[in-house]
Design a protein around this ligand. Structure first.
Ligand code: ADP
Ligand code: MG
Length: 679
């Protein structure tokens, strides 16, 4: 791996700029691909120029003047070598350009002709002196992504140097790229950085040319390899064997008022088996909102407890953690198990008592928020860490919890389904279990899109639902710019609804309330003392009140698709027909309309998150997971899904048959980033 700092001519400031582009090594430079290309390989006679078609012309400046009205502009007239006339117009220009474009100068200009007031013109063409000793370029000119202070010529120079001195050796067995009908690594780089004039430019720029596919494949393969290695490293570590003793788990199953769905039984089987292995489980339990993940995590916790180990359950919000605590307590204490509760907002003495229970091992199960992985928390024997809504936590937070035990097993849960392509790539180091079925007796939630002007009708629906003994949520708009403003809106909405619906018991919950206040409100809502709950998006995840059958979401057009799906999942948990009303402000933008349409037409979380992935790209989707995991720069998961399949198979083969190549491949693609992947 050649660091750029060791290359002569790469100054310190230049290094800093290159590193802003993510370029640290010579390999990085080689893999820094052009955004597009310009064709400076031939000259077009001025008379043959066509409007809208980029071209390069050569000739002499015969007139130049700086205009001041209607706005400042430098206007030159060029007489082509063929005699044709063309205007060049510059709205921003430097004194050096004025000097270079004086009458009598011979220049080459590259730009897009359009029809101007005085006939054909080019606005802001790229100009250079035409010297007969400087030949036309032989290849298309690449235009690279760049940053302030780094010119195209200096990037080009560096890339040329890298192509001449860098490592272009092949890291794939020939039969692999041959069977995919892809070129070699070296060929691909040469073509991408210096495409010959005859190249299929469209294919190149649209990133579907075989040379581009070759690099996309290499990148996906590198990702697969690093995930695979990570997986293998984990399996080499030891973890407590938590055998399937089945006395506590069976007792819990017998005490439940329902029986597990087939899907729950299947994933529970997978988890129970993992826990019995001598290496740490790292499993992601996915299941749509309401599919019943919590009971599965309780069973896993019990398997740890029956083997004499502790289990920790961590949730991202106070409300959710509190709810988990209640459930665990209700399910487990009849079996003689002590469940402790830990949060950052407890009083000192209460907290200390909880910490003591955890440290002595008296509490076999511990539920809490982020507070669980703080330093003072000492477990006696932590055997399993459960992390709910895992995408809400950073890699580091999850890691911190894992460090609380020797090598505890880890169960991550998420209701935001990860599309297949993401699961196969960024999450490939995890084992995945999916609950693909909802418990019986649920009625699908009917979704309605309602313009904000029809609020009155919505109030009527709320009133009706509550009179029938049901309950409703009213979610206030998300105001990203200002939390204070969001709070204000929530208060106002609360007052407005209290006034409009005087016969109903209305409650308010928002992120700024003290935890005890929040708890009190949620508890009151849980037992129907509050009929209508006005809430900010704090209730987005996990809240489970089966009697609530109506969800109203204000300014739905401002929310993310997955967020809307999560919110909608708060209703439809009981047998009553449930509805979700998405209030929107008119007029709707095209994209807002497209997004609302997706949520309206789909009830399947997987479909929704696939659509979300397409709309937003994987960056946001990965949330905090991306810290520490390099994002794909060349490959596109949707476009290159077929390559991803192959990369998976090839990664396995390469690791077994040619570990040397695998290592070289990883070093090229992951470079420094490799160090961060060990999460
Ligand atoms: P999520 O997967 O969204 O976390 P929960 O675990 O909160 O879902 O479960 C939603 C509701 O369904 C809870 O009230 C839970 O007790 C109930 N539930 C879970 N499994 C079943 C089942 N097999 N049959 C009936 N109800 C179930
Ligand atoms: Mg849940």
């Amino acid at each position: 791996m050649t660091e750029l700092s060791t290359i002569k001519g790469v100054t310190k400031p230049m290094q800093a700029r290159l590193s802003r582009l993510g370029l640290q090594t010579l390999d990085d430079v080689l893999l820094h691909l052009p955004l597009r290309y310009v064709d400076e390989t031939h000259l077009t006679p001025v008379r043959a120029l066509r409007i809208g078609e980029q071209a390069q012309v050569q000739g002499e400046i015969i007139h130049a003047e700086t205009q001041h009205r209607p706005r400042k502009a430098l206007i030159c007239q060029l007489q082509g070598d063929d005699g044709g006339l063309l205007h060049l117009r510059f709205l921003h220009f430097y004194p050096s350009q004025v000097a270079a474009l004086k009458p009598g100068m011979r220049i080459r200009a590259f730009g897009e002709p359009r029809s101007g007031f005085f006939g054909m013109e080019m606005v802001h063409p790229q100009c250079r002196a035409a010297r007969d000793d400087v030949p036309l370029s032989e290849a298309l000119t690449p235009i690279y992504p760049t940053t302030a202070g780094l010119s195209q010529p200096s990037i080009r120079k560096l890339v040329r140097w890298a192509l001449a001195h860098g490592d272009l050796s092949e890291t794939l067995p020939a039969e692999v790229y041959a069977s995919l009908e892809l070129p070699t690594f070296a060929e691909s780089l040469h073509l991408l950085h210096n495409p010959p004039p005859a190249v299929d430019l469209r294919a190149l720029e649209q990133r579907c040319h075989p040379v581009f596919k070759r690099l996309a494949f290499d990148e996906l393969l590198a990702q697969q390899l690093s995930m695979r290695l990570h997986h293998a490293r984990r399996r080499a570590q030891g973890a407590p064997r938590l055998k399937q003793l089945k006395h506590l788990t069976s007792a819990l199953l017998q005490s439940l008022p329902f029986s597990l769905t087939d899907a729950q039984l299947k994933v529970w089987g997978e988890i129970a088996q993992d826990l019995a292995q001598p290496h740490p489980m790292q499993r992601l339990l996915q299941g749509d909102v309401g599919s019943g993940k919590t009971i599965v995590s309780a069973l896993a916790a019990l398997q740890a407890v029956e083997n004499g180990w502790q289990a920790a359950v961590m949730a991202p919000t106070e409300i959710l953690a509190e709810q988990h605590f209640r459930k665990m307590h209700d399910w487990l204490s009849p079996l003689g198990i002590r469940v402790a509760w830990l949060t950052g907002t407890q009083s000192k003495s209460v907290r200390q008592a909880a910490l003591d229970l955890v440290a002595s091992g008296e509490a076999q199960v511990v539920v809490g928020t982020h507070a669980l992985f703080q330093e003072q928390v000492q477990f006696s024997r932590l055997g399993l860490a459960v992390i709910d809504e895992q995408h809400r936590f950073g890699v580091h937070q999850r890691l911190a919890l894992r460090k609380k035990g020797e090598q505890p097993h880890q169960l991550m849960m998420s209701a935001t389904p990860i599309p297949r392509t993401l699961a196969m790539s960024y999450y490939a180091d995890l084992d995945v279990s999916v609950i693909d079925q909802l418990p019986p007796g649920r009625t699908p939630v009917a979704t309605r899109l309602v313009a904000d002007s029809r609020r009155e009708e919505v109030l009527t629906r709320v009133r009706e639902a509550c009179h029938q003994g049901r309950q409703a949520y009213w979610v206030c708009p998300l105001i990203e710019e200002s939390e204070a403003l969001q709070l204000k809106t929530a208060m106002e909405t609360y007052e407005l609804l209290t006034a409009s619906l005087p016969e109903l018991r209305v409650g308010l919950v928002h992120g700024r309330m003290k935890p005890v206040e929040k708890q009190a409100v949620m508890q009151a809502f849980g037992v129907n003392e509050i009929q209508l709950l006005v809430a900010t998006t704090v209730i987005e995840v996990g809240v489970d009140v089966p009697n609530a059958s109506l969800m109203v979401i204000e300014h739905a057009e401002r929310m993310g698709l997955s967020q809307l799906h999560q919110l909608r999942g708060r209703v439809g948990r009981g047998a009553a027909q449930s509805a979700c009303i998405l209030l929107y402000q008119t007029p709707l933008s095209e994209t807002a309309r497209a997004r609302l349409k997706i949520i309206y037409e789909n009830t399947d979380g997987f479909e929704i998150s696939r659509a979300d992935l397409q709309l937003r790209g994987p960056g946001e989707f990965l949330g905090v997971r991306q810290s520490g995991v390099p994002l794909l720069k060349i490959a596109d998961l949707e476009r290159d899904a077929a390559l991803l399949e192959v990369a998976r198979q090839v990664a396995d083969r390469l690791l077994h048959k040619s570990p040397g190549l695998a290592e070289a491949h990883l070093a090229r693609w992951m470079g420094r980033a490799q160090e961060y992947v060990k999460v």
